[in-house]
Design a protein around this ligand. Structure first.
Ligand code: GLC
Length: 439
């Protein structure tokens, strides 16, 4: 491996390039706005360069928070050239949308508490305390919203209403459901008549990224169709659920939520705050309910359909995220580590593939259906360490850095040879490589 200061400066240059003053765009051209979990991952890396700037990355996210506590997955740039993006969402149709800021009407995995804690860990206590105080009301409101809005039956797990909410846009369990239950007749007709080939000529994302590294045009149309149905219901989850739209208790989202709740408790404890009783009750319920996602036959966790409680038995990178959640038993953690060691599952030359190699969905360069992603590796490394698998954690840290060293700050990587795919100069890859270098 080359000199680590060299890698550090290459990664820092990517963050500088994508810096938009108070926040960092994920990538020039393809992702010009501010994304929720991207900014959290970015802040985790930025803290090693400039703590104040990393705080700003988080504070700038809070301007998009809805009055009911929801944190949207995108805050749109206030620039005439992005009028269409804002118009697709029209967040203002919901009375809780923030004033003067255009956002989406859906959220993304709750990485906020993790970012807050990681930034705080580099400060002396009085300064950290002030930082925690500054973000506390927003953080608390976000977690309370997640329960109030997304756990309507008080079962413990939170549901998601669009694949984009998982951050793993075209991940197999959601795509399988979409193809089977969610595509309206007109999209099926487009597929049968192969008219999608014509529509694909107008796709913006495939100008800069090869077509075979993005989701299919049918999937893209399907995703926008679901978005349009959510907008028609003004992003009001009561109406959305009444109309039987997509609702899945996603494994990745709930794993991240469990860890976020642990951080929330720790922050409250250090601020000498008492969490509202109802929230405390919900948090403990989540950890118990999570076990209902375990399938004893295949010895893995899965996402679940919110209405029918049917497990969606398609393995994906989410399979390994209970390691990051950190509350599953050491025996179960060991089962997951076995999958990571298995070269036919999650253990190719440049892990961790977003879909196991032995899945029929596996496609090594196709977005969330095969490539390795640095943010997933970061979460898994963190989990492995906390479960005491320090050799596994170190090996994954090294192979992740090797991949970035070799191919630059790509959006995702081919797990066979570590070559880059997707967008170039992708911010969270750069930020998390910096963090892994500093560990
Ligand atoms: C893609 C990813 C999502 C990410 C966004 C911006 O949509 O799937 O996780 O937040 O790009 O980088």
């Amino acid at each position: 491996m080359q000199d680590s200061t060299d890698l550090f400066s290459r990664m820092k240059a990517v963050l500088d390039m994508n810096d938009r003053g108070s926040y960092t765009q994920p990538a020039h051209g393809l992702y010009p706005h501010q994304w929720l979990w991207d900014s959290c991952f970015i802040a985790i890396g930025l803290r090693h360069i400039d703590v104040e700037r990393s705080k700003m990355e988080i504070i700038s996210l809070l301007r998009g928070q809805w009055h009911n506590g929801m944190m949207p997955n995108i805050i749109f740039r206030d620039d005439p050239q992005y009028r269409t993006d804002r118009g697709i969402w029209r967040s203002w149709v919901n009375p809780f949308a923030p004033d003067g800021v255009a956002t989406t009407g859906i959220t993304q995995p709750p990485m906020l508490a993790e970012a807050v804690v990681q930034i705080g860990s580099l400060m002396e206590w009085p300064e950290c305390r002030a930082w925690y105080r500054q973000v506390w009301p927003a953080l608390l409101a976000y977690h309370e919203w997640l329960y109030a809005d997304r756990d309507p039956h008080h079962e413990g797990l939170v549901l998601q209403i669009h694949p984009w909410e998982t951050g793993l846009d075209n991940t197999p369990p959601w795509m399988a459901e979409m193809h089977q239950h969610q595509l309206p007749l007109w999209i099926n007709i487009i597929e049968k008549t192969r008219f999608d080939k014509v529509i694909s000529l107008f796709r913006r994302d495939t100008h800069s990224v090869p077509m075979d590294e993005r989701f299919s045009t049918i999937e893209a149309i399907g995703l926008f169709d679901i978005q349009r149905r959510l907008r028609r219901k003004a992003y009001d989850s009561n109406k959305i659920l009444d109309h039987g739209l997509f609702a899945i208790e996603d494994l990745a989202f709930n794993s991240i939520f469990i860890r976020a709740n642990q951080h929330l408790r720790d922050i409250a404890h250090s601020l000498k705050e008492i969490l509202p009783k109802e929230l405390e009750h919900h948090i403990s319920l989540t950890e118990k309910a999570f076990e209902e996602l375990w399938d004893p036959y295949t010895m893995q966790y899965y996402s679940r359909d919110f209405i029918t409680h049917r497990l969606l038995k398609e393995p994906s990178i989410a399979t390994l995220l209970p390691l990051y959640a950190g509350h599953v038993t050491p025996e179960r953690a060991k089962e997951l580590v076995k999958l990571l060691e298995n070269e036919y599952a999650f253990g190719p030359a440049f892990p961790v593939p977003s879909v196991p190699i032995n899945s029929t969905w596996y496609n090594p360069r196709l977005y969330w259906q095969g490539p390795s992603w640095v943010n997933m590796n970061w979460l898994i490394i963190d989990g492995l360490k906390r479960y005491g698998f320090s050799d596994h954690a170190e090996a994954l840290r090294e192979s992740t850095l090797e991949m970035v060293e070799k191919s630059g700050s790509s959006e995702y990587f081919d797990p066979r040879d570590g070559s880059g795919a997707g967008a170039d100069n992708f911010s969270w890859t750069a930020a998390l490589a910096i963090d892994l270098l500093k560990r």
